[in-house]
Design a protein around this ligand. Structure first.
Ligand SMILES: [Mn+2]
Length: 285
C-alpha cells in the first residue's frame, strides 16, 4: 500500500538498520529501586512519542539528524521485580552493541540502569572515564541495606574504577559523607557546569562514558522527575556543556530519571527529548 502517511515509529526518525548504524538507541524502562517517586519506567515510550513533534534540525549545532547513522532498537522488556535480572539484560545489550563497534545510547529508567551499561563499556575499555551530570552525588554505600540502588549507582561505578575516574558535575544533594567521599575520590564539580572545560582538557584522547541524570536541570525546567532538587542548571547551560564535550571520544551515553507523569504539562518530556537530540548529534555527526 503506497501513499499512506504513517508517523515514524522510531525516535527522532532514527531508522538506520542496526548493521549500518554507528550509534544504537535503546530504552531501559526500569524504576525498581527508586527511593522516592517511581515512574521513570514510562520515560522511553514518552520520549519516543514526543519526538514526533520535535524538529530533526538543531539550530544550536546547525546540524540535522543523520538518516543513516542511528538505529533505534526500541525498549527492553525488563522484569521490574528482579533488579539483578534487569541489570543483566541491560549489560548484555550494551555489551553486544559495543562489541559490534557501535555506541550505545540508553534512555532510562532510573539511574541504576547506568551501572550495567558502564560495566559493559569498562569491559571493552578498561581505562574508561565517566562524566556524571546529576543533582545527586549517588555515592551512598547502600540504601536501606541495598547496595544496588539508584542512590548508590556512582559508588558502584567507583568500586569498578577507583579514584579520579568519575567526573561529577551539578551535584547539589547528598549526605555529608557523600560530599566528603566525592572530594576525596572523584573529580568533583558541585552545583553547576561552569568548569566543563576542565573535563575536556583532562579527558582528551581518553575513552569516556557520559551519564546524564536529567535532574541536573532546575526543577523549573524539569519538574517531571522522581527526586526533584531546586537550584539546578538551565537548559542552555546543559546544551552548551554537551556541545563542549563534542571533541571527546564518547563511547556510550545515557539519559535517565525522566518520570513523565509528574509533569502533566508534558514539558519535561519535551525537554528530555531535545537533550537527547543534541546528545545524539554530538555523538554521531
Ligand atoms: Mn539525580
Amino acid at each position: 500500500m503506497n501513499n499512506i502517511p504513517l508517523l515514524p515509529r522510531t525516535i527522532l526518525g532514527c531508522d538506520a538498520d542496526y548493521d549500518s548504524a554507528e550509534t544504537v538507541v535503546f530504552g531501559a524502562p526500569f524504576d525498581g529501586t527508586a527511593t522516592y517517586r517511581p515512574g521513570s519506567r514510562f520515560a522511553p515510550a514518552a520520549i519516543r512519542t514526543e519526538s514526533i513533534g520535535l524538529e530533526t534540525y538543531s539550530p544550536y549545532q546547525d546540524l540535522d539528524m543523520p538518516e543513516d547513522k542511528i538505529c533505534d532498537m526500541g525498549d527492553l522488556d525488563l522484569p521490574f521485580g528482579n533488579t539483578g535480572s534487569a541489570l543483566k539484560i541491560i549489560r548484555n545489550t550494551a555489551e553486544a552493541i559495543l562489541k559490534s563497534g557501535k555506541k550505545p545510547v540508553m534512555i532510562g529508567g532510573e539511574h541504576l540502569v547506568s551501572l550495567p551499561a558502564i560495566e559493559a563499556a569498562l569491559s571493552l575499555y578498561p581505562g574508561l572515564h565517566i562524566i556524571h551530570f546529576d543533582a545527586h552525588a549517588d555515592l551512598r554505600e547502600e540504601y536501606i541495606g541495598e547496595q544496588l540502588s539508584h542512590s548508590s549507582v556512582m559508588r558502584r561505578v567507583y568500586d569498578l574504577t577507583g579514584n579520579n575516574r568519575i567526573h561529577q558535575y551539578g551535584i547539589r544533594s547528598g549526605t555529608k559523607e557523600e560530599f566528603l567521599f566525592a572530594k576525596k575520590h572523584t573529580i568533583f564539580h558541585p552545583f553547576d557546569l561552569n568548569s566543563i572545560e576542565d573535563a575536556v582538557t583532562v579527558l582528551k584522547n581518553k575513552k569516556v562514558y557520559l551519564t546524564i541524570d536529567l535532574d541536573i536541570l532546575d526543577t523549573g525546567v524539569f519538574p517531571g522527575t522522581g527526586t526533584p532538587e531546586a537550584g539546578g542548571v538551565s537548559f542552555m547551560e546543559l546544551i552548551k556543556a554537551l556541545i563542549a564535550l563534542k571533541p571527546l571520544q564518547i563511547v556510550g551515553a545515557d539519559i535517565v530519571e525522566l518520570a513523565p507523569n509528574y509533569d502533566t504539562s508534558g514539558c519535561s518530556t519535551a525537554v528530555a527529548c531535545k537533550v537527547l537530540r543534541e546528545l545524539l548529534l554530538c555523538m554521531s555527526v
